[in-house]
Design a protein. Structure first.
Length: 166
């Protein structure tokens, strides 16, 4: 897949992050804990702050010269299971799905987690998102038994999944 590059978003790329994230929220409004309206109202400074050191690391997939996917990952020292990284905000543009971009994004996030010393990676996935479940299962994630209402739409539920790293 030589036409796809995974790049870490850096300080100064807040506008780029905003563009990809808002596209994800508009295209898949029921896949995320946040909403388009909430994030569209954020200032440029808030978008930049989301890329500062110590916040989730964000990766973008560039396919055919355009930003076609996004994922975030972070370690949370407050987690009930120390050593757990959290994969968040996973999305691939529908025009680029079926090309393995989601797999590449998850692999990049897992590589970061291993480097950060994580022993496991957790994520939440909306129960109706069969494609996401299939991707995560293929990567070795399994349901932890925890579920909750989706914060942006409490009528929907999410399932927590975990992958134990080597």
């Amino acid at each position: 897949m030589s036409d796809v590059v995974i790049a870490r978003l850096a300080a100064g790329e807040g506008r780029r992050f905003r563009e990809v994230r808002l596209k994800a929220l508009a295209e898949s409004p029921h896949a995320f804990a946040s909403t388009y309206a909430k994030e569209a109202a954020m200032s440029d400074a808030e978008w930049e702050a989301r890329l500062e050191e110590g916040t989730p690391v964000r990766y973008v997939a560039v396919a055919d010269g355009v930003d076609a996917g996004l994922v975030g990952i972070f370690m949370d020292e407050r987690d009930e299971e120390p050593g757990t990284a959290h994969l968040i905000s996973m999305w691939v543009d529908p025009a680029h799905r079926g090309r393995g971009i989601g797999s590449l994004l998850v692999e990049e996030a897992l590589s970061w987690a291993r480097t950060a010393g994580a022993r496991r990676v957790g994520l939440w996935v909306v129960d109706a998102n069969d494609a996401a479940f299939a991707l995560y299962r293929a990567k070795g994630f399994a349901p932890s038994g925890r579920t909750m209402a989706l914060p942006s739409d409490p009528a929907k539920t999410e399932t927590h999944c975990v992958l134990t790293l080597d």
